[in-house]
Design a protein around this ligand. Structure first.
Ligand code: FAD
Length: 471
């Protein structure tokens, strides 16, 4: 091979140094390849399990450059990964030997307080949206860690602390602008390309690169009222009966989570339960301080907790409180589903399983319903909002030697509750992907509709690093 035609150590058929220099000349944004000074930093994603080596990372600065990057990837037969906040649980925003279109130069949120609308750029982070909206006493309901990307979270659904009052993030999405596989810029909303907009809300990563999200904002803040009660394992059945019955009548302002896991590290828990399996009931109340006492009273009616605390905190503080604990470089595995109730034997088995876990692993059940439950399930591609509870087992650890142990713990926890699961899976809380997972996420009816959309907008499956709808 002639000098000038050899391309990097990684080597890519058909891609020469000339192609690359032309790309660098055309681009205002950064282009990173192996051997470049910033390459190793640029290729990192949140989950350290996905230590991949893309052939090229491009950071476009505008929609035109996104289109150029897509065209370049297609011309050279490169697998294309789209990166928003880089938090994919499946490693979908990176690729070995392919092209990463990294939207980290596409950050920023602007708010129109009169119209109560936020415009978030395609690579914006949740923290930016929270801060920009709260500056005007407004909010868009999003997830619970500030450095997660608006992109992946929204295109999959968007669950969080305010979901029962204001719905999922997609329930507040008014429009998106995206660059499609053939390089066109398209706007989708209820009135423009409505079928595409239906698919964007739950399967959005399949149809293009979103450069802009338009959200409706709600009046809220600045305080969130919160409480945590810790119970010994022996109280689980009673605690569960209390939460399950409350679920049917709980006000929209309340989000309730039941967690089952080990009380580790021991210094963080009361001596009577330290090191043992425990049950934690936590709530977030986003209404008036005056109504909290009355609204959470049913959660005090059950067994006596070993510890109990209630407080009020600024919403912005709560939204970033775990940003460091859940920082970049974690290794993580998650598997989720939906349920309407749990068999008593499943709860007992979860406790037994918790005893074999670690400080990092746990099982959580989150109350759905409220505003998110009042949107009809067929209104969007997102599936699962009819269930009373969302459930997931998860672990986050650092030592690569624990990869299999932690993964297997999560899988076994979910195997225990599999008989309790109802239709749908939340795609943002699954660490595996493939045709089986895609079918489980959407169900047969929605999958057929999404397949039609995929054939119309991305027949060559250019956007396939996602929970893929095969065209
Ligand atoms: C620490 C942590 C906390 C989390 N908390 C929550 C939570 O509270 N609520 C919740 O619902 N989920 C939560 N999640 C899950 C999260 O929603 C998903 O991991 C989501 O995919 C992350 O989006 P991202 O943009 O950061 O990820 P990325 O890895 O950048 O992208 C994920 C997927 O979305 C696609 N994508 C991203 N941006 C765009 C875009 N602009 N246009 C087209 N496609 C795009 C990518 O191609 C990829 O397929 C959390 C995940 C982590 C790791």
């Amino acid at each position: 091979m002639k000098e000038g035609q050899t391309f990097m150590a990684e080597g890519l058929a058909g891609l020469t140094r000339e192609h690359l220099s032309r790309l660098r000349e055309t681009f205002r944004g950064e282009v990173n390849t192996p051997g470049d000074k910033g390459y190793d930093d640029a290729r990192r994603v949140w989950n350290a399990k996905f230590d991949r080596r893309p052939a090229i990372l491009i950071r476009p600065t505008g929609a035109g450059e996104v289109a150029t990057a897509i065209r370049f990837g297609r011309e050279h037969g490169l697998e294309i990964a789209i990166r928003g906040g880089a938090h994919s649980n499946v490693g979908h925003s990176t690729t070995d030997g392919g092209l990463v279109i990294d939207l980290s130069r596409f950050r920023g949120v602007t708010v129109d307080p009169e119209r109560r609308i936020a415009l978030a750029r395609g690579g914006a982070l949740l923290g930016e949206l929270d801060v920009a909206a709260q500056a005007h006493g407004l909010v868009c309901p999003v997830g619970v860690i500030g450095h997660t990307g608006v992109g992946g979270l929204t295109l999959g659904g968007g669950m969080g602390r305010l979901q029962r009052r204001f719905g999922l993030t997609i329930d507040n999405l008014l429009a998106v602008e995206l660059v499609t596989a053939d390089g066109r810029t398209v706007r989708a909303s209820e009135s423009e390309e409505p079928e595409l907009f239906w698919g964007m809300r739950g399967a959005g990563a399949n149809f293009g690169v979103v450069t802009s999200f338009e959200f409706e904002l709600r009046e809220f803040g600045p305080l969130l009222h919160r409480g945590v009660r810790i119970y010994p394992a022996s109280a689980l059945q009673e605690v569960w009966a209390m939460v399950r019955d409350f679920a049917a009548v709980a006000p929209d302002e309340l989000t309730v989570i039941v967690s089952i896991g080990l009380a580790l590290p021991v210094e963080d828990y009361p001596e009577s339960v330290a090191g043992q399996p425990i049950v934690i009931v936590s709530y977030n109340h986003c209404g008036d301080a005056a109504s909290v006492e009355r609204d959470v009273a049913p959660l005090r009616a059950g067994p006596e907790p070993v510890s109990s605390s209630d407080s009020s905190q600024e919403y912005l503080e709560v939204q970033t409180a775990n940003d460091l604990a859940m920082g970049w470089g974690s290794r993580s595995y998650i598997k989720g589903g939906y349920a309407n109730d749990f068999r008593p034997e499943a709860l007992d088995a979860l406790l037994e399983h918790a005893a074999t876990g670690s400080a990092e692993s746990g099982f959580g059940i989150t109350l759905q319903g409220g505003a998110m439950g009042r949107v009809p399930d067929d209104a969007m591609a997102f599936t699962g909002r009819d269930a009373r509870f969302e459930m997931s087992a998860a672990s986050d650890w650092e030592d690569p030697a624990l990869d299999e142990t932690e993964r297997d713990w999560v899988r076994q926890a979910m195997a225990i509750v599999e008989p309790d699961a109802v239709a749908g899976r939340y795609l943002n809380e699954i660490s595996e992907s493939g045709p089986e997972e895609t079918r489980a996420i959407y169900g047969d009816g929605k999958l057929a509709r999404l397949t039609g959309l995929k054939r119309a907008w991305d027949p060559d499956n250019v956007f396939r690093l996602n929970h893929n709808i095969a065209p």
